[in-house]
Design a protein around this ligand. Structure first.
Ligand code: PLP
Length: 400
């Protein structure tokens, strides 16, 4: 493979060598089932206990019994939402936001068909939640509210502690689930301080492998298991424990905590450099999130009057991996539900690109993108059918 610059870390991340090293013994010689009675299984069960402790610390939970290992972020969300509602069927109203990941949004749509009354909170043009809407929606019948810690497409952070206060002051019985997948490892998370009842994370977003996640469920919240079977995970999630991957997510969490400061200073500096380099050099670009508070690694930039997919193909030729705001659904290029909820102008919504960095991103990589991108955008702009609009935009920028 030639040059490769990976700026799609919100999609998935590279496994840290140190994570792999910790996992390897459990993929080789330490293969015992951790539930067995003999000595051989003792090391596996101890490794799980240690990893659980690391996730507990990572999330600021009070007790490691509040941590359940799952297979991914989607399973964590499904277990929390469906598990809590299955346990207490007395209330029939649930709330979420219009910008959740499909693993929450599609669960809500499913529940809507099952007879739940569902409200979806909107966002402003920068992608910030309309919290006032939430205030007015919570009733005695509200069973659950789900709000993501940070959005995967824009990186915009939601004020989780404030949201929790609103929920609990209106109805202390309402449960609060947070999809923490895009916050973990990028900003500090403390479930107790934030006042959340349940929070899900996914290992592959912070340098553990794909196929492992975790769910925090506080001791006051009861859930029914999604996967019914053996007694593993205190009966909350059946299936023989995935020891190597549990060890991996534990190590990745420990490393993420160690690197948090780096993430919030150095990764942020590189993200800001990239953003500035693009905005200053490319007249038809705009930061889609304005001044909204964001995780340090993400920027979502709209290139007006051109197609995002075309930009990605050109970038791919240069070895640069980024992601487009549009989801290619059934062959039609439909703009993302997040950018639509933000009312990103139609001129920019089709040409929006998400750039997401990690602690492995280098300054040289960012410099390369800043150097190469203007020519790519200029080439694509030349074949855009909106030449008059582009000319007007250019004149407007020059006159500013
Ligand atoms: N939630 C958010 C915000 C995400 O970005 C993702 C993955 O893209 C998920 C949940 C799902 O995680 P997983 O791929 O581990 O199921």
């Amino acid at each position: 493979m030639g040059k490769m610059i990976y700026l799609d870390n919100n999609a998935t991340t590279k496994v840290d060598e140190r994570v792999l090293e910790e996992m390897l013994p459990y993929l080789k010689e330490e293969y015992a089932n951790p539930s067995s009675m003999y000595d051989f299984s003792r090391k596996s069960s101890k490794a799980i206990k240690e990893a659980r402790g690391k996730i507990k610390d990572f999330l600021g939970a009070a007790n490691e019994k509040e941590i359940i290992f799952t297979s991914c972020g989607s399973e964590s969300a499904n277990t929390a939402i469906r598990g809590a509602l299955a346990h207490d069927k007395s209330k029939k109203h649930i709330i979420t936001t219009k910008i959740e990941h499909p693993c929450v949004l599609n669960v809500y749509r499913y529940l809507e068909k099952q007879g739940y009354k569902v409200d979806y909170i909107g966002v402003n043009s920068n992608g910030e939640l309309n919290i006032d809407e939430l205030n007015n929606l919570i009733t005695n019948d509200t069973a659950l509210v789900s709000v993501m810690w940070a959005n995967n497409e824009t990186g915009v952070l939601n004020p989780i502690a404030e949201i929790s206060q609103i929920i609990k002051s209106k109805n202390p019985e309402t449960k609060f689930f947070v999809d923490g997948v895009q916050g973990a490892g990028k900003v500090p998370i403390n479930v107790v301080e934030a006042g959340v009842d349940m929070l899900g994370i996914s290992g592959h977003k912070f340098h553990a492998p794909k196929g492992i996640g975790a769910l925090y469920v506080n001791s006051k919240t009861m859930i029914n298991p999604l996967i019914i079977g053996g007694h593993q995970e205190r009966g909350k999630r059946a299936g023989t424990e995935n020891v190597p991957y549990i060890v991996g997510i534990g190590k990745a969490a420990e490393l993420a905590s160690d690197n948090l400061q780096y993430e919030m200073t150095e990764v942020k500096r590189l993200r800001d450099k990239l953003e500035k380099g693009i905005i200053q050099n490319i007249y038809n670009s705009r930061v889609n999130t304005g001044l909204a508070p964001r995780v340090p690694n993400t920027t979502n930039i709209g290139f007006e009057y051109i197609e995002g997919e075309l930009i990605l193909l050109h970038l791919s030729d240069l070895g640069i991996c980024a992601s487009s705001g549009s989801a290619c659904t059934s062959g039609s290029l439909e703009p993302s539900h997040v950018l639509r909820a933000m009312n990103v102008p139609f001129t920019a919504i089709h040409g929006s690109i998400r750039w997401s960095l990690s602690r492995f991103t280098t300054e040289a990589e960012i410099d390369y993108v800043i150097e190469k991108l203007p020519k790519v955008i200029e080439e694509i702009t030349t074949i855009s059918p909106y030449q008059a609009e582009l000319k007007a935009l250019k004149e407007l920028k020059v006159s500013k």
